[in-house]
Write a protein that binds this ligand. Structure first.
Ligand code: NAD
Ligand code: WQD
Length: 346
């Protein structure tokens, strides 16, 4: 019997790509999402992309904190494992509305774990973030580095990580994998699914995409006086399809009886500066990106990239796509869907 995987947040950017990879790998998938930052169109398009596997995807529009609804879902469907991706993720918004972030990200996780526990489902993968490292004193960031999150969104992640560790310590039937993503970008090669930020994008790639399609006049580069090769910040960009496959690798690892509660970085292991990213995107799109050089963005750190050794060794996972691939696929998504999921189907 194929395993039944519940994916929370499966309509969002990372969730939709993960659901597609799971379906293609032969899993049956149940998605729970409140569509707070996503669109049902992503689910429909994932079904189409999955071809003959598309019928193995079922969607429930509900908020994770709605415990009775979640209980009903678990009562009606046997869930083998859960991939918990749902969450609010904007750093700036979390500084303005910290309680909204703590409420959504922490109560959501508690409710999910309680319902899983009550139904004897104790196999879990959780989205965490490189944000837990804050600004590390050295790179590459290893999983055993101290946790030092520096904003309310970021602080919700170590809280959920610790909660998972405590749950697993108390009951060793639980098997939990915490995945710390670095900077996910790009889109599925089909140009059919991708990231659709609501309002003004905060992150580099979606902002640059909107400049390239003429929706915004210029990209503001936050700081060119860092101690890096070209003075701009260095990050670890990872293709969202690689990241999605990392979840399939983690799911396989959950069958290891000794897994306990483990944490893995999912990144490319390579550092790329803002200006290198701009150059790669200009090459992929054939568009000139007008730049406005500005001061440093509050809260930004200089250089962050992942050590990927542990994921390579224990999950047998390694990012395959280059920055050029990420930019090509981001641009393909942008060209096919100038208004994201509000565009007609390509
Ligand atoms: P996203 O906003 O595209 O997807 C998150 C999904 O969760 C959305 O579809 C949203 O509607 C849903 N959701 C949020 N709260 C919910 C709730 N209470 N009940 C049900 N559904 C809910 O974001 P994403 O980029 O796909 O990020 C997914 C996860 O990865 C988040 O947990 C985020 O913190 C983490 N992460 C993201 C990044 C990044 O840069 N995108 C980096 C590191 C970690
Ligand atoms: C990348 C670089 C900016 C926009 C964030 C979250 C982190 C994680 C991933 C969820 C930085 C520069 C950006 C722009 C710019 N998310 N930049 N002009 O800050 O590394 O990480 O997303 O967990 O928690 O903090 O990503 O894409 O915002 O920025 O110059 O308009 O691009 O200064 O150096 P960041 P980002």
């Amino acid at each position: 019997m194929p395993e039944n995987i519940l994916v929370t947040g499966g309509a969002g950017f990372i969730g939709s790509h993960t659901v597609l990879e799971l379906l293609l790998a032969g899993y049956h998938v149940v998605v729970v999402d409140n569509l707070n930052n996503s669109s049902g169109a992503s689910i429909r398009r994932v079904k189409e992309l999955a071809g003959e596997h598309g019928d193995n995807l079922h969607f429930h529009e509900l908020d994770l904190r709605d415990k009775p609804a979640l209980q009903k879902l678990f009562t009606g469907t046997k869930i083998d494992s859960v991939i918990h991706i749902a969450g609010l993720k904007s750093v700036g918004e979390s500084m303005e509305k910290p309680l909204m972030y703590y409420n959504n990200n922490i109560i959501g996780a508690i409710t999910l774990l309680e319902v899983m526990d009550a139904h004897g489902c104790k196999s879990l993968i959780v989205s965490s973030s490189a944000t837990v490292y804050g600004w590390p004193k050295e790179v590459p960031c290893r999983e055993d580095f101290p946790v030092d999150a520096i904003n309310p969104y970021g602080r919700t992640k170590p809280v959920v990580e610790e909660m998972c560790r405590d749950v697993q310590r108390a009951d060793q039937e639980w098997k939990i994998i915490l995945l710390r993503y670095f900077n996910p970008v790009g889109a599925h090669q089909s140009g059919y699914i991708g990231e659709h930020p609501r309002g003004t994008p905060n992150n580099l790639m979606p902002y640059m995409q909107q400049v390239a399609v003429g929706k915004r006049p210029a990209l503001t580069v936050f700081g060119d006086d860092y101690s890096t090769g070209d003075g701009t910040c260095v990050r670890d960009y990872v293709h969202v399809v690689d990241l999605a496959r990392g979840h399939v690798a983690a799911l396989r690892k959950l069958s290891d009886p000794d897994i306990g509660c483990e944490v893995y970085n999912l990144g490319s292991g390579k550092g790329t500066s803002v200006l290198e990213m701009v150059a790669a995107f200009e090459k992929a799109s054939g568009k000139k990106i007008p730049l406005v050089m500005a001061g440093r963005r509050a809260g930004d750190g200089e250089i962050v990239y992942a050590s990927t050794e542990k994921a390579e060794r224990e999950l047998n996972w390694k990012a395959e796509y280059s920055v050029e691939d990420m930019c090509r696929d981001q641009w393909n998504w942008a060209m096919n869907n100038p208004d994201g999921y509000e565009s007609p189907d390509p």
